[in-house]
Design a protein around this ligand. Structure first.
Ligand code: NDP
Length: 290
């Protein structure tokens, strides 16, 4: 059976993700709030510009917007095709996924929370990781479409579980980003060469994506490329902290890291990259991390 796909939200992630779909599906509709991005996408990748109403008549509807609030606001206004599967790749709020699953189920639509990780480079290379919550049958039906965009695609539990895994993942990255900036400032102030130091650390037990990629490729070279907004990371760490608090747990490292990421986000322009956390530490310590 020929399936129609659509992609809603052609931002830093969505634009690159939607580019792969025409390779495996003949009809791929795209919608973006700022419509010239959809037009450019259609021209560049052979997708088809659609109105929002047309986009939600597809069999599988992908969305990738900044927040769950944005997705909810859109869905509220729409009459979605019965039998469709909505695959929401936004890094969103677990409670919102649970609510949307029930609301859409009443209309015959399946909702999957399906956030992704791998950054814009992963979207470009179709090597994203999908962590998916929701109905297992809908997951199986949407799997071939997700496989076009990602490498590791896991069903992690009921609705909301995908968003929860994503929030915890990004919190772990945030914790390490703060710790790595603190470690780098310390080494620098003791006269250690940071390039050489992090080559050692990257071959040792302190290694992570932050030490092997974020520091050398964004911070040490002062490039701070705008690919993942610090405000979006602050949103994600906020979701993780909410999960901790709603479970009445004690998680002081998470609480401190959320506060630091939020402070760093408040200091910079709205779309500034998450690597700008380093600049907050540079203000604290008067030590340049380069
Ligand atoms: P961007 O800010 O680059 O893009 C956001 C997209 O959403 C744009 O297409 C924008 O449209 C659209 N949009 C914003 N607000 C609304 C609204 N109220 N109604 C309709 N459309 C709206 O974000 P990213 O692509 O970076 O991130 C999207 C999601 O993916 C976020 O949840 C983020 O946390 C997550 N993510 C991001 C990663 C990254 O590396 N960037 C990595 C993994 C996950 P317009 O063009 O009109 O502004």
């Amino acid at each position: 059976m020929t399936q129609t796909l659509s992609f809603i939200g052609l931002g830093a992630m969505g634009y690159r993700m939607a580019a792969h779909l025409p390779k495996n599906f003949t009809q791929v509709l795209v919608w973006n709030r700022t419509s010239n991005k959809a037009q450019a996408h259609a021209k560049q990748y052979g997708t088809q510009v659609a109105t929002l109403e047309e986009a939600v008549q597809a069999d599988i509807i992908f969305s990738c917007l900044p927040t769950s609030a944005d997705v909810e606001a859109l869905i509220k206004t729409l009459s979605i095709k019965s039998g469709a599967i909505w695959v929401d790749c936004t890094s969103g709020v677990p409670e919102s996924a649970k609510k949307l699953k029930i609301e859409l189920q009443e209309k015959g639509v399946s909702y999957l929370d399906a956030p992704v990780s791998g950054q814009t480079i992963g979207a470009e290379n179709a090597t994203l990781t999908f962590m998916v919550g929701g109905d297992p049958t809908a997951f199986k039906q949407a799997l071939p479409a997700m496989q076009v965009l990602g490498k590791l695609i896991k069903h992690v539990g009921d609705s909301g579980s995908g968003f929860a895994v994503k929030a915890v993942n990004n919190m772990l990255m945030a914790v390490h980003l703060c710790a790595a900036c603190e470690g780098a400032s310390t080494l620098k102030s003791h006269g250690v060469n940071l390039q050489e130091a992090f080559e050692c650390i990257n071959a040792s037990s302190g290694q992570s994506t932050v030490t092997s990629a974020v520091l050398p490729q964004r911070i040490f070279n002062r490039s701070f490329p705008d690919t993942f907004a610090l405000s979006l990371l602050a949103k994600d760490t906020g979701i993780a902290l909410d999960l901790v608090q709603s479970a009445k747990l004690s998680a002081p490292v998470i609480a401190a890291s959320q506060s630091l990421i939020q402070a760093a986000s408040n200091l910079v322009e709205h779309q500034s990259d998450f690597s700008n956390v380093a600049k907050m530490y540079e203000m604290f310590n008067k030590v340049t991390i380069e």
